[in-house]
Design a protein around this ligand. Structure first.
Ligand code: GMT
Length: 380
């Protein structure tokens, strides 16, 4: 198959999923063409089946906001035509689904038919997409897609609840490549961070409000009162400064380090004992899956699609959003030396269910189904 993948090339979860999907498909022999405004951060290996097309959007004195969506649609038109793509798969509805609709209509006038699959990732539905400034376009472009997938059952339901959807939405969960993303032996690293055998707690996100970074610090501060522990904060974003201030106020700066954006998060996760994900909303929680793949149990909120991944009392625990005390109690239970090995093992076993080898075939057969459905009968 010749597949065009459109995504945000940044550190966000949707970009990571799209890039890993493209890499996996390329390894299976499909030709995969990425169409993005810069090279996806994880598109790091050379493969004869992988191609990258940069969307060039020009600035012009008249444009306060350069019309990225138009440049993207134009690039989609040229890549579909020149590379004779079979299908376009866009990740994150805004603005990728509407740009794909525009490209599809332009191509139709040239006698070219291209099926479009839109994958909904989370905030494109639960936050930004719902906003009145985008909602009509999001609803329209989801309904005009030839196929729509959501990364969890909860996100599918939220989409049906928040938009007037006439499409059937298929759930294809996020995945991880366990052959690459796994616990590494990094004892020296653990010794450097936790010289006195402290427990290592980790949080990874883009530090937006929705991640409830303040709860991460509060839960850690409570753990720290009870047992020797260190916290590593990985990622960056608008809430970081506030979180650093909170650490200072609590007087625990010496035991918390903000590492910023890191490429090789598996190196840090390999030495972690617990992962915190207290998000307000989370359609799936790819960061938690990455932690579990490195044998790290998870204390999370029970919001969105997280319960479809993190199993209560098995791979960690879930608490109501904002219930810092409950999260603390559960974190201390998991970190108890008599319990930790069992939770670590369970986390890994659960992560294996989301291995790329199980999920990639779901996308391949979904593409085939959509392509078969979209074939225009001769004479119509
Ligand atoms: O919100 C983020 O962390 C980024 C966002 C994205 O689309 O880039 O992540 C969403 O998609 C991820 C991949 O499908 C999911 O694992 C995240 O749960 C989801 N984030 C939210 O729903 C807040």
């Amino acid at each position: 198959m010749k597949i065009g993948i459109v995504c945000y090339p940044t550190f966000g979860g949707s970009g990571v999923v799209a890039t890993e999907l493209g890499k996996g498909l390329a390894q299976k022999g499909h030709k995969v063409h990425f169409i993005t405004y810069s090279q996806p951060s994880r598109l790091d290996f050379l493969n004869e089946n992988l191609f990258y097309h940069e969307v060039d959007f020009r600035s012009y004195p008249l444009f306060e906001y350069p019309p990225y969506e138009l440049a993207l649609a134009s690039k989609m038109v040229s890549v579909v035509k020149n590379e004779k793509l079979d299908i376009l798969h866009v990740h994150y509805a805004i603005p990728h689904a509407s740009a794909a609709y525009m490209a599809k209509q332009i191509l139709k006038t040239q006698g070219i038919s291209i099926p479009v699959v839109t994958t909904l990732h989370g905030t494109d539905i639960t936050l930004v997409g719902k906003d009145a400034s985008y909602e009509p376009v999001v609803t329209f472009s989801i309904n005009q897609s030839d196929g729509v997938t959501a990364v969890s059952r909860d996100l599918r339901q939220q989409t049906y609840d928040s938009f007037r959807i006439t499409q059937e939405i298929e759930v294809i969960p996020n995945f991880i490549d366990l052959a690459k993303f796994k616990k590494q032996k990094k004892d020296h690293f653990k010794k450097a961070i936790c010289p006195n055998g402290e427990m290592l707690v980790v949080h990874i996100s883009n530090f937006r409000k929705v991640k409830r970074i303040g709860d991460v610090i509060s839960v850690f501060a409570n753990i720290h009162k009870e047992i020797p522990a260190k916290l590593l904060m990985i990622g960056d974003g608008p809430e970081r400064t506030k979180a650093e201030k909170q650490c200072k106020e609590l007087g625990i700066c010496d035991d918390i380090r903000f590492l910023g954006k890191l490429e090789a998060v598996e190196e840090v996760l390999s030495v972690a004992d617990l992962f915190l994900l207290p998000s307000e909303k989370e359609s799936f929680g790819l960061a938690a899956l990455e932690a579990m793949a490195c044998e790290v149990p998870v204390i999370s909120s029970d919001s969105g699609g997280i319960p479809e991944l993190n199993l209560q009392g098995v791979t960690g625990f879930l608490s109501p959003v904002g219930d810092v005390d409950d999260m603390t109690r559960k974190a201390l239970f998991v970190l108890d030396k008599n319990n930790l090995p069992r939770f670590k093992e369970n986390a890994l076993q659960r992560a294996k269910e989301f291995d790329i080898t199980n999920i990639l075939p779901l996308y391949e057969s979904y593409y085939t189904k959509v392509m078969e459905k979209s074939v225009v009968p001769i004479g119509v």
